[in-house]
Ligand binder design. Structure first.
Ligand code: COA
Length: 200
């Protein structure tokens, strides 16, 4: 997998101003999983009654209400990926929640939820640029403990990026995250602490 230098990319938060760039990426990728529109980790989650249009409008409402933190990654003017993050109340519907709560000691200040790179741009350092952007934004917002819930890769065969919904463990290791506890066969809670003012 070829790595691109981080400075090939720019990051911008998802806001009303960047909505169209985000929407273009989602639409170019069939709504992401057929119409999730990156709503799965928000409090309402995906239910049996969810529709692509409903998810799109729910996401738009989060943007209008300021209840989403999501770092978009740009190559030139094109949005090519994102990383969602936020306080636990905002990134509420994490995978393996029951197992997570079983050994929960303290909630983090921040969670990283969904990670996505457009299918034409994978393996080019987009998720890496997104994570650097997220950690920088968290540092500027005062820092704190940050959890991610990525997939273990060692001990398994090669994994298609398409199924690494919460990102690969190796990416988070690169940025200093360490394993806290296992919550599924291949999924770990990983943690790091970002200092106030630190850049990603
Ligand atoms: C997983 C995913 C986010 C990775 O994004 P990416 O931009 O291709 O990742 P990067 O190029 O920044 O990779 C950074 C590091 O992560 C690891 N990595 C990324 N993809 C990997 C894969 N398929 N297998 C193993 N390791 C991988 C590697 O350590 C890589 O470093 P390297 O290039 O030096 O080897 C991407 O494949 C994706 O979007 N998959 C779909 C996920 C999805 O559907 N999300 C929405 C779910 S609700």
């Amino acid at each position: 997998m070829a790595s691109q230098p981080r400075d090939e990319y720019a990051t911008k938060p998802l806001t009303a101003e960047t909505w169209d760039d985000f929407a273009a990426l989602v639409e170019a990728n069939n709504g992401v999983w057929g119409g999730c529109w990156c709503i799965g980790f928000h409090p309402e989650g995906i239910t049996k009654d969810s529709t692509a249009d409903g998810n799109r409008e729910a996401k738009r409402a989060h943007v209008a209400n300021g209840t989403v933190h999501q770092m978009l990654v740009y190559r030139a003017d094109e949005c090519v990926g994102w990383m969602q993050y936020g306080p636990p109340a905002e990134v509420a519907t994490i995978k393996n929640h029951k197992a997570y709560e079983k050994e929960l000691v303290d909630l983090p200040d921040w969670r990283i939820g969904c990670v996505f790179t457009g299918s034409r741009h994978r393996g080019e350092g987009v998720a890496r640029a997104g994570l650097a952007g997220v950690l920088g934004a968290i540092g500027r917002a005062g820092g704190g403990t940050v959890e991610a819930y990525p997939e273990q890769l060692e001990g398994r065969g090669p994994q298609r990026g398409a199924y690494l919904h919460t990102g690969p463990e190796t990416l988070f290791e690169e940025f200093g995250f360490v394993r806290d506890r296992r919550i599924a066969k291949w999924r770990w809670v990983m943690r790091t602490t970002v200092a106030n003012g630190a850049e990603g």
